[in-house]
Design a protein around this ligand. Structure first.
Ligand SMILES: Nc1ncnc2c1ncn2[C@@H]1O[C@H](COP(=O)(O)OP(=O)(O)OP(=O)(O)O)[C@@H](O)[C@H]1O
Length: 309
């Protein structure tokens, strides 16, 4: 009974001649939010479409709760909820009609549909719009309906392709809150090209570049992937860059204006000790020194660069 929730083995997919995904493997064994991060065209949607049985992979296997998605799609899909990049909404239906339709498509027991619709509208905070046509909802509420159709049959595994794309900042926060709630009781995989999105939401991150997985780990591991090599320092006496360059361990100096400098070093410990020491010795009056954390963008760029070398 201890089979993984999802198991993807050596997945590759090719559209005509071009490989979009190459030899991706992973297993999900516990609930949480997993982020699939990659630039446009990296292969995220392809992986998600394959994992949800929307397209059939060229090579490899996908198992959902131990069920082979390729061989038993109907059974495996009972465990899956999917919000594609283009939400499959029907604009001329009301929210309630559409969710009833979605429940029927999921082959839910007809006696359970009404309750399931009421429950999911409550969960996604759209009950007050039950009689409203989907076309007349804001983007944020349409996305909530999209998420509601993905979880109406209480799947163990929910896949959300760019779930906050096109939303305004408030709507983004609201939809993220909803995603966190639904992940409390199930496994959620979401794709995004926005680094801050994975940072805000995900327990685990996979980075995809040109169809290959180039990183898999926690957000903290991602953050610490590149050892920092710069620090900022404020010196009231504002010494010249040349003087700072003479400090052992300092390999570059950038004047940031006023009394602030950015210093590039090879070894953080050594550089900090020497800068503090020299500052005391020369009475530069050091008021602030801090190692700069790499921006997520730097990590992203560095990972992509390393892999494509
Ligand atoms: N139906 C298709 N036919 C041919 N090529 C395709 C098709 N769908 C995707 N591709 C190509 O496969 C590659 C991966 O596309 P995919 O949509 O999976 O990437 P993505 O990471 O989801 O990008 P985006 O964020 O832009 O949706 C791209 O080069 C894309 O042009």
């Amino acid at each position: 009974m201890n089979e993984p929730i999802v198991s993807v083995k050596n997945l590759s997919h090719r559209y005509s001649v071009q490989w979009a995904v190459r030899d991706i493997s992973f297993e999900l064994n516990k609930n949480g939010i997993y982020g699939l991060l990659g630039a446009n065209g990296a292969g995220k949607s392809t992986i998600m479409n394959v994992m949800c049985g929307v397209i059939k992979q060229t090579q490899g296997d996908v198992f959902i709760r131990g069920v082979d998605l390729g061989r038993y799609p109907e059974k495996a899909k009972r465990y899956i909820g999917f919000l594609p990049q283009q939400p499959p909404l029907q604009n001329d239906l009301t929210v309630e009609e559409f969710l009833t339709h979605a429940a029927n498509l999921r082959l839910m027991d007809s006696s359970k549909v009404k309750n399931a619709v009421t429950e999911v509208m409550g969960k996604c905070a759209i009950s007050h719009f039950r009689k409203r046509l989907i076309r007349n909802l804001s983007g944020g509420y349409q996305q909530r309906v999209g998420i509601a159709q993905a979880i109406i049959h209480k799947p163990d595994f929910v896949v959300l392709d760019e779930p906050t794309n096109g939303l305004d900042p408030n709507q983004i926060l609201e939809v993220r809150g909803l995603i966190r709630e639904i992940a409390e009781e199930r496994t959620v995989v979401l794709s995004t090209h926005i680094l801050q999105e994975v940072q805000a939401l995900c327990d685990h991150i996979w980075m995809i570049n040109e169809g290959s997985m180039i990183f898999s780990g926690s957000m903290e591991e991602f953050d610490n992937y590149i050892v920092p090599n710069t620090l900022t320092v404020s010196l009231v006496a504002s010494p010249s860059a040349e003087e700072l360059m003479k400090i052992p361990g300092v390999v570059g100096v950038e004047e940031l204006g006023g009394i602030r400098y950015r210093i590039r070093f090879t070894d953080a410990q050594e550089a900090i000790e020497r800068i503090v020491e020299t500052s005391v010795h020369k009475n530069w009056r050091l008021v602030e020194i801090a190692v700069e954390k790499n921006s997520l963008e730097t990590v992203f760029a560095e990972l992509s660069r390393k892999k494509s070398k």
